[in-house]
Design a protein around this ligand. Structure first.
Ligand code: ATP
Ligand code: MG
Length: 405
């Protein structure tokens, strides 16, 4: 089994997927924009070969170089687990005549307007929306859709340039802020709680499922600095409350013709119990959510994904044991971390539930919280009981404080 894996070095969790591929018996051909000498030994030992390309995002160039590099060699799969590269992987598959999702199928997971049209066409509940290119089109779409609404880029990630718009005057403000965005989606604002629906699927049918709750919704977490965003995976995945979201998710996978691999969907639960589609990618979630799923079930989804992607088979026994909660911390102030309060006390009382503590050390420079949800480090904890996991996570959010002042 020879597998071309795009960007094995970035983002950092791709090291784990590369390891998984090697562990299930694949020969991994990595393609990345880091010189081979800059790759860590821990990654290099899982690679059979590596192609250094100058610009990872230049699809035509990457495709031409990979084609030349592989001349005379047979490969079985081309894979990518990073959102900006999923189309490139599909184009390479088509170029080499390899099995796997086509460019058209992958576009349904990449283009936010197209995905909504396809999901809506399958009779599923999607926010009313329109694709817009100009301010005039945005105003017109807003009239048709009504307020409040959300304006967001068609191929966005990390809630960048995503705004809730309250009324026509607010729209003018947001249009000024998003002038650099060339293609956007205007959509009905859905009130309610927000969850993920994540899977490792085989032929579009989940072999593994996860639901996690965002606390608060990302659009809020990404705009208010003092908030410590919390995400908790739901151990009791069969509870009636989230059943509409799981059913929606499974139907979305069918509607978009999912193949083999990870999916990451976001959905809203309205106060009336209705589940509404948000968005979906045919790749794993970032921000350590796969680590949370692993801690929830004591499994290794990096390896199980690889088994599914290579051999169409999921081997781990799935037993939902814990609710895994992650708390992202943001330091108060600017510059370097000067002190951390409350951590020792928290660890003394609840340390037995904590599985990871990656808070930046004193002296480290703050990360840009507007650019990365990972912020200034996280506490990851788990508890078999939802209410306890929830309470502990919010205690960590409020009682542990980082300062950069
Ligand atoms: N129609 C909507 N109604 C209510 N909230 C919305 C809507 N669309 C987006 N949001 C909010 O904005 C956030 C970001 O939107 P979306 O997920 O589409 O963008 P993104 O940039 O891909 O996000 P990320 O990469 O963080 O998942 C959502 O998680 C949600 O909180
Ligand atoms: Mg999103």
């Amino acid at each position: 089994m020879k597998v071309v894996f795009l960007a094995p070095h970035y983002p950092p969790e791709m090291h784990q997927y590369t390891r998984g591929l090697a562990e299930v018996g694949a020969e991994v051909y990595g393609v990345g924009d880091q010189p081979v000498g800059a790759l860590p030994a821990s990654l290099k030992r899982h690679l059979a070969d590596y192609l250094h390309v100058p610009r990872m995002m230049d699809e035509d160039d990457v495709i031409a170089r990979v084609h030349a590099w592989l001349r005379g060699r047979e490969v079985d799969k081309v894979l990518s687990n990073w959102e900006p590269l999923v189309i490139c992987a599909a184009r390479l598959r088509e170029r080499f005549g390899l099995p796997g999702m086509t460019v058209d199928q992958v576009k349904g997971f990449r283009d936010k307007q197209l995905m909504k049209e396809r999901v809506r066409a399958a009779g599923l509940r999607v926010p009313r929306s329109a694709r817009i290119f100009t301010a005039t089109e945005a105003r017109q779409a807003a009239e048709e859709i009504g307020y409040p609404l959300v304006l967001k880029p068609i191929a966005g990630a990390g809630s960048a340039d995503t705004y809730k718009v309250e009324d026509a005057a607010d729209l003018e403000r947001v249009l000024k802020l998003t002038r650099h965005v060339t293609e956007a989606s205007v959509e009905e604002y859905i009130d309610g709680e927000e969850f993920t629906f994540d899977t490792v699927s085989i032929g579009g049918v989940p072999a593994f499922m996860n639901v996690a709750q965002y606390l608060p919704k990302p659009i809020v977490a990404r705009s208010v600095e003092w908030i410590s965003p919390v995400i908790i995976t739901v151990r009791d995945i069969h509870q009636p409350k989230i059943a509409p979201g799981i059913e929606l998710g499974k139907n979305v996978l069918k509607a978009l013709q999912m193949g083999d691999g990870f999916t990451h969907m976001e959905w809203f639960l309205k106060p009336n119990g209705e589940a509404v589609f948000g968005e979906i990618g045919c790749r794993p979630p970032g921000a350590h959510l796969v680590d949370q799923m692993n801690y929830m079930c004591d499994i290794d989804l990096f390896r199980e994904w690889a088994r599914v992607a290579c051999w169409g088979h999921f081997a781990a026994k799935v037993d939902y044991k814990y609710n895994a909660a992650i708390v992202f911390k943001r330091a108060l102030g600017q510059g370097r971390i000067t002190r951390i309060e409350g951590r020792e006390d928290f660890m003394r009382k609840y340390g037995r539930f904590v599985v990871e503590d990656t808070l930046l050390p004193i002296g480290a420079h703050r990360r840009d919280w507007t650019q990365t949800l990972v912020s200034d480090g996280h506490i990851l904890l788990r508890h078999a009981d939802w209410d306890s996991a929830y309470e502990l996570a919010f205690k960590a959010a409020s009682d542990i404080k980082l300062y950069a002042q």
